[in-house]
Ligand binder design. Structure first.
Ligand code: SF4
Length: 196
């Protein structure tokens, strides 16, 4: 963990480590008020109940909870963007997969973006970039494909990637974030297993 924190700082991220989900939620609740927040689809975000929590004091857009027609556009235009991660290497790179690109594109750029917040359980930490990419493709993607009931070969047993070109492919985009691209980038690390 110390190595990860050191490397994240060297890369320009702001790591914030919490022992429990509740402590992380308290931090986010106190620090995010009267702003617009976009969220990508994420089991971690769902498990933490962040949409419901942050909606109390903010305008929050997340297509997993809000099916209004403009939600994806409004999430992309939000000042704050919150995302889970599929893997984070101890060397500090953040890896994410995406089926349609809304999540990874919003992590990288947004017209009004002031801050991106990555949420990460300790189960997402890997030794290096190679193992982070392996995890994203062979662990996170199949489990998410099965959860979403997609017609992909990896969804059947959720055991590995089968390198498909299925119409419902969940990993059309794989991003490696080496350094933050927004003014502020927090990496919230929670000492619990969260999401896939
Ligand atoms: S390439 Fe196909 S089989 Fe492999 S993780 Fe992506 S959707 Fe699943």
């Amino acid at each position: 963990m110390q190595q990860l924190i050191k490397n994240l700082k060297l890369r320009g991220f702001t790591p914030r480590v919490f022992e429990t989900s509740q402590q992380a939620k308290d931090f986010l609740y106190e620090n995010l008020k009267n702003t617009t927040i976009g969220m990508g689809g994420s089991v971690t975000i769902s498990e933490l109940g962040l949409y419901q929590l942050l909606k109390e004091n903010n305008q929050v857009y997340c297509h997993s909870f809000d099916h209004s027609p403009d939600v994806l556009k409004n999430a992309a235009l939000a000042k704050i963007y919150i995302s889970g991660v599929n893997a984070i290497a101890q060397t500090g790179e953040i890896v994410n997969i995406d089926g349609r690109g809304n999540r990874v594109s919003s992590q990288i750029w947004g017209a009004n973006r002031e801050r991106v917040i990555y949420i990460c359980g300790i189960n997402k930490i890997t030794k290096d970039l190679h193992s982070a990419l392996f995890r994203a493709k062979n662990v996170a993607a199949p489990l998410n494909a099965r959860r979403l009931n997609l017609k992909t070969p990896c969804a059947v047993k959720a055991d590995k990637c089968y390198n498909c070109n299925s119409p419902q492919k969940i990993c059309r985009v794989i991003s490696i974030l080496n350094n933050p691209t927004s003014a502020a980038a927090d990496v919230v690390i929670i000492n619990e297993n969260l999401g896939y």
